[in-house]
Structures are given as C-alpha cells and as structure tokens.
Design a protein around this ligand. Sequence first.
Ligand code: RB5
Length: 144
Amino acid sequence: MTALRWGVASDHAGFALKEKVRGWLRARGIEAQDLGAHSDARTDYPDWGHALGAAIAEGRLDRGVIVCGTGIGVSIAANRHAGVRAALCHDAFTAAMARAHNDANVLALGARVLGDGVAESVVDAFLSAAFEGGRHADRVVKLG
Ligand code: RB5
C-alpha cells in the first residue's frame, strides 16, 4: 500500500501549533507538505482551509491537519471541497471517532482552544484510529 500524502495548513493564529503538528507527524514517520502560512503575520483563515481542501479534492494530498484560532473557520472552508471530510476535534475520543465512523480525512484544530498536550493527543488519536467501514461506509457515502 502506498503511503498517504499528508499536508498541513494554518492561518496566523494557528501557525505555532501547525509547526508543532509538523514535528509530531515527523516523529511518527510522516513528512507533511506545508501549504503555509509560513509566519504568524496576519492572514485570512479561509485561504488556508481552501488550500488544504483543494489539494485533497484535486488528488494532490490524501490527509491533512488544518489549524486556526478556533479550528472553525478552516474546517468550514475545507469542507466546501468535494471529498473533504474535515473534523474539528478538541479531544482524543472525538478524533478517534472522526476516523472510525466518519472516515474524516482532515483534522481541524483550534490553537486558542487546545494546550499542546491535548493537541498532540488529538493528533495521535486521529493517526491511530482506523475507519470501521460496514454501516459507517454507507453513511459516509450519503455525505456526498
Ligand atoms: C483569527 O483571529 C481567527 O478568527 C481565526 O484564526 C479563526 O479562529 C477563525 O475561525
């Protein structure tokens, strides 16, 4: 099986956490493509949610982590792209269920919501859980 292609993106509010997420992914053997932002200079969160969402919709990436202050704005933007199932998660249980039941392909994080320890546990849960398929596959198809 070919390795999944991961990407990360954030606005200015999510920049510092996005950099940490890249490191956490790297420590787990995943070299994520960094779509930006590349500094904490003020920028618009839709640009980064759209950047990651488009990369998945166009088949350039398979999975991603997006970050803004709350995680809300980037998740709304990413979810406007075909085939993107971005899940905004503030805890490890939700992140695991996002993979297991929703086959989420994007994890959205709120940098102003989560401490680093919780954020890493959320990333870990998203990486570790597998889609259960079965009845959940039928429901994911209905998401469109
Ligand atoms: C930026 O101030 C903030 O609005 C943004 O990071 C995000 O939280 C939007 O949903």
